[in-house]
Ligand binder design. Structure first.
Ligand SMILES: [Zn+2]
Length: 568
């Protein structure tokens, strides 16, 4: 854990912007005569941000644990709408001061190279007039969340939210699947017009944002805003094409074998069958309680590396888990790094499913990343881009898979591992679809909603197996993009998952050949945080930052081999 200076107390209580303002005033008025003083300013700035981030994190964590607690809701709202915008403006002043200082360029690149790139990019893109637009987009985003988050369907006389209804799509009873799928699809389609309206409004604002910053189109602006220093938008397009060529055929094979397992004829594989279990097969039941899940996780992580297990134990001792599903909890799961504590908080909604096991290992991978970067004094380097963050977590899913035997008998263990690998393959085509869709949307911003749906359907033709018979439900298929919340609230944030999965598969392949070397690389790479460019971080892990067709082809063959080896 890094040792902070005494610039700001790490336990400062923040109840308003006024509590933080004196520290920003002090940063802004500090005398910076040489590069040493500039280095000091950067550290003090980083510590101030860390104190803010830790309390901002708790405001979010507490709210997600008790979404009906008014005190928590108010505090989260305070941070989101009052303190954060003030902080953003003050941060911009400090960052200008740092970047425009004559000594900034002289800071050694070996240590400050990445910081220079990040801060310069932020300043290049910053436009006062875009702060307003961004607030408007965020309001639209909340509208979309409210529109879709509140949807329910009634099945068997019980009104239930969509995630709960979706569980029925895995039923081995085809009639139950069909009924659930129809109810879900109809409900989603009933808000299509409103969702289209929200998206059109977002699109206009985003196009304007890019224009204000001097860009021709929002795609290129967004690419730069995501600080994607190590690949181009064209690389992402090439990646989509490589997925079409090398992964779609394997995904099709997986679909065919699933259809056969369900005992369905070629022309009888319907949209409600994709997640169904074969008759007589129950869903996997790996554990009963959150305590049991954590106990197994500690053992599994310890077996991979003693330090990994100790980290989870330290979190447990500090009460940094909330694992079990409970009424009033927000949906989903996350690992939230705590910047002054040096440990993260893991939140999830475990209900005893196999997905929960994978989520626990995934978030556990993020958690190891938090621990491995907590020696780094600069918050800018502890914060890693998603391409790397998700490589850490997705690698951990694969590294732990062999030890899921703690949850299962041999037969179920093989089934769980197969389903996991098949899920990895099936994810890539959807990742390419979501990315390609947005490239088109923002390069053709004057399209109509009919043209948009038609383009999405064209992508369905390219990236789905073509095995599913949609007769009578084509309108649901064309509208499929509306179920991906990233497309609304987090534009262009998706290709990272595909890139990271390729990193994770390489880490896993290396682990199978040489576990010590792979672990050493994993630890080394994660420890770098974002202090080095992605290709260098991946090199430290012993893998290549490369999502070319050739690498993709090679890794798909590796997964295929793994699947062949996992026969019961
Ligand atoms: Zn993740």
């Amino acid at each position: 854990m890094y040792q902070p200076t005494n610039f700001i107390p790490t336990d400062l209580t923040i109840n308003s912007w006024e509590d933080l303002k004196p520290y920003f005033d002090s940063l802004i008025s500090s005398k910076v005569n040489d590069s040493e003083a500039l280095g000091q300013l950067i550290l003090h700035y980083s510590e101030t941000l860390s104190v803010f981030h830790e309390q901002n994190a708790w405001s979010y964590i507490n709210m997600s644990r008790e979404t009906t607690n008014q005190e928590y809701l108010d505090r989260h709202e305070l941070f989101a709408t009052k303190i954060s915008p003030e902080l953003e403006k003050a941060a911009n002043v400090v960052e200008k001061m740092i970047v425009n200082h004559p000594s900034f360029s002289d800071l050694p690149d070996a240590r400050f190279g990445q910081l220079k790139k990040k801060l310069r990019r932020e300043l290049e893109l910053f436009r006062e007039e875009n702060v307003e637009l961004s607030a408007e987009i965020s309001k639209l985003s909340t509208q979309y969340d409210q529109l879709t988050g509140g949807l329910t369907v009634t099945l068997d006389g019980e009104e239930m939210p969509m995630p709960k209804a979706s569980v029925r799509l895995q039923s081995s009873d085809r009639a139950i699947r069909q009924e659930a799928w129809l109810a879900i699809s109809e409900k989603r389609y009933s808000v299509k017009e409103e969702a289209d309206r929200i998206y059109d409004d977002m699109l206009k604002l985003r196009v304007q944002t890019a224009k204000n910053a001097g860009y021709d189109n929002y795609r290129d602006f967004s690419h730069d805003q995501h600080q994607r220093f190590d690949y181009t938008p064209q690389d992402a397009v090439d990646f989509q094409n490589a997925i079409e060529e090398h992964i779609v055929p394997l995904a099709k094979k997986i679909g065919e074998s699933h259809r056969d397992k369900l005992g369905l004829a070629k022309d009888d594989y319907r949209p409600w069958d994709g997640a169904g279990e074969p008759e007589g097969q129950e869903a996997l039941k790996p554990f009963k309680t959150g305590t049991e899940l954590l106990e197994h996780a500690v053992n599994i992580f310890s077996e991979i590396h003693p330090k990994f297990g100790e980290n989870l134990k330290a979190m447990k001792a500090a009460d940094l888990f909330d694992l079990e599903s409970r009424k009033g909890k927000a949906p989903g799961g996350y690992n939230y790094g705590l910047e002054t504590t040096g440990m993260p908080f893991i939140f999830m909604n475990a209900a005893g499913t196999h997905r929960d096991v994978v989520t626990m290992c995934h978030e556990g991978g993020h958690a190891m990343h938090t621990f491995l970067t907590n020696d780094e004094p600069m918050i800018h380097y502890r914060d890693t881009p998603s391409e790397m963050a998700e490589t850490a977590s997705m690698s951990m899913e694969l590294l732990t898979a062999e030890l899921w035997s703690k949850f299962y008998n041999q037969k179920d263990h093989i089934r769980a591992r197969r389903e996991h690998l098949e899920g990895i393959i099936s994810f890539f085509p959807w990742c390419a679809t979501v990315d390609a869709f947005q490239h088109w949307v923002y390069l053709n911003p004057n399209h109509t909603s009919e043209e948009r749906d038609a383009y999405f359907d064209e992508l369905n033709g390219r990236f789905t197996s073509g095995l599913v018979k949609w007769d009578g439900y084509d309108h649901f298929r064309r509208n499929g993009w509306q179920r991906q919340l990233h497309i609304f609230g987090m534009p262009f944030y998706y290709v990272e998952y595909g890139i990271a999965q390729l990193g994770a598969l390489q880490v896993y392949r290396l682990y199978k050949q040489n576990p010590e070397a792979a672990l050493e690389g994993y630890i080394k790479g994660l420890s770098l945080g974002s202090s080095k460019p992605l290709p260098e971080v991946w090199e430290a892990m012993g893998i290549k930052f490369d999502f070319s067709a050739e690498t993709l082809k090679e890794l798909v063959a590796f997964v295929q081999q793994e699947l062949n080896d996992l026969q019961d």
